[in-house]
Design a protein around this ligand. Structure first.
Ligand SMILES: NC(=O)c1ccc[n+]([C@@H]2O[C@H](COP(=O)([O-])OP(=O)(O)OC[C@H]3O[C@@H](n4cnc5c(N)ncnc54)[C@H](O)[C@@H]3O)[C@@H](O)[C@H]2O)c1
Ligand SMILES: CC(C)[C@H](C(=O)O)[C@@H](O)C(=O)O
Ligand SMILES: [Mg+2]
Length: 371
């Protein structure tokens, strides 16, 4: 297998977690004799500092000419704290998603029994939690017209959806459900929003083409509660752009940390893989961020290439680190390992240098001290 991968490190913890994901892809390439060619491109605050633009043309060009994109995170407090900033890192990411027509953002939520203690939920509620959020990514309130009045006293963000934008992601959600527990839950606000009523109408009609899949509906306020109250009821959650953004961060609490959740963004051709978290600036450069969301995004990239055995090897290695207590500070604030150490361990496991049967006490590693 020979593939070109564009890597966008981004800002804050983006570079350090993405480097671990690249490390794992290199280890997989060496183990399976694949040829992955990595090409680095700029986006976000880093790109603004270096080029003046949050998404230079060369980055779009590189992404269009690659088989997949591996991305870390963008964002910087200097923009977060300046509502008047004219150019923002986030504009780069939104433009990239739109330019590549990455209309479906797939965010799996996995429960790891070894991380049970981190969730505020009782074990009985969490056991067997396994859902995937299909978040529409190139429409809705993120992309509608924005206005600010001349006197700065009024602003608006328009939420727009066309039926075809809804139908194309609905098909992907139903197809995914067919290979899972055959249930789609549409999350909307159809009691208030016209766009949500269009979603209900369109998704109901598409659902008739998938009679083997159960379709149900939840208002987003209720869905936010149900995620905590009874998360096992969810299989495929289908929703619009902003609801999906919010609900997926909430769902990461079921897994144990925001640093654990990966994602794949797909659409008309392109494919981008990124953890769902942001640039978490307080941790930048400290080697303490959890790299597993980025590494599991690399596993989704391998699945996209059809390398399913390699992808499942990465997931098993991730599970092995968690079960053996090789975890970052967000998981265990006292006995934690560095971001780069976790990356090296997983790279060794996927190359069979450390057998999965080997337990933590037999591995000598330099554990972190208080930072
Ligand atoms: N896709 C993206 O690039 C993306 C996603 C979300 C936020 N952002 C940007 O990131 C910046 C910071 O936003 P925020 O603070 O709301 O969200 P964030 O995801 O960066 O961090 C929120 C909290 O989650 C935890 N966290 C996140 N990632 C972690 C990791 N890998 N390991 C351990 N803990 C982790 C930390 O406790 C952190 O304080 C903003 O500029 C925002 O716009 C970018
Ligand atoms: C940074 C921001 C634009 C982005 C989003 O809202 O899509 C982020 O929160 C995400 O989840 O990828
Ligand atoms: Mg988000």
């Amino acid at each position: 297998m020979e593939k070109n991968i564009t890597v966008i490190l981004g800002d804050g913890i983006g570079p350090e977690v993405t480097r671990q994901a690249v490390k794992i892809l290199e280890a997989i390439a060496s183990h399976y004799h694949y040829h992955f060619h990595f090409r680095y491109a700029l986006m976000g605050a880093d790109a603004i500092d270096k080029t003046g633009s949050p998404l230079p043309d060369e980055t779009i060009e590189a992404c269009l000419n690659s088989d997949a994109i591996l991305f870390g995170a963008i964002g910087h407090p200097k923009y977060d704290n300046d509502p008047a900033a004219k150019v923002r890192p986030e504009q780069g990411l939104l433009k990239l998603r739109k330019s590549l027509q990455l209309f479906a953002n797939i965010r799996p939520v996995t429960h790891y029994p070894s991380l049970q203690h981190l969730s505020p939920l009782k074990a009985a509620l969490l056991e067997g939690v396994d859902m995937v959020i299909y978040r529409e990514l190139t429409g809705g309130i993120y992309f509608g017209e924005k206005t600010i009045s001349e006197d700065g006293q009024q602003a608006s963000d328009n939420c727009v959806y066309s039926i075809s934008e809804i139908e194309r992601i609905a098909h992907l959600a139903f197809q995914a459900a067919r290979n899972r527990r055959k249930k789609v839950t549409l999350v909307d606000k159809a009691n208030v929003l016209e766009t949500s009523r269009l979603w209900r109408k369109a998704v109901k009609a598409i659902g008739e083409q998938y009679p083997d899949v159960t379709l149900d509906f939840l208002f987003v306020d209720n869905a936010a509660m149900q995620l905590i109250l009874n998360p096992r009821q969810f299989d495929v959650v289908l929703t619009e752009n902003m609801f999906g953004d919010i609900l997926s961060d909430e769902a990461s609490v079921l897994a144990g940390s925001l640093g654990l959740l990966p994602s794949a963004s797909v659409g008309n051709g392109g494919a981008l893989f990124e953890p769902i978290h942001g640039s978490y600036h307080d941790a930048a450069g400290k080697d303490i961020a959890n790299p597993l969301g980025a590494i599991l995004s690399a596993a989704m990239l391998l699945d996209h290439f059809g390398a399913h055995e390699a992808a499942s090897k990465v997931r098993m290695a991730v599970q092995w680190t968690l079960e053996n207590g090789f975890v970052t500070k967000d998981i265990d604030p006292v006995n934690f390992y560095f971001t780069s150490t976790i990356g090296e361990l997983i790279a060794d496991v996927v190359q069979d240098k450390i057998p999965l049967e080997l337990h933590a006490e037999n591995i000598r590693l330099r554990k972190s001290t208080i930072i």
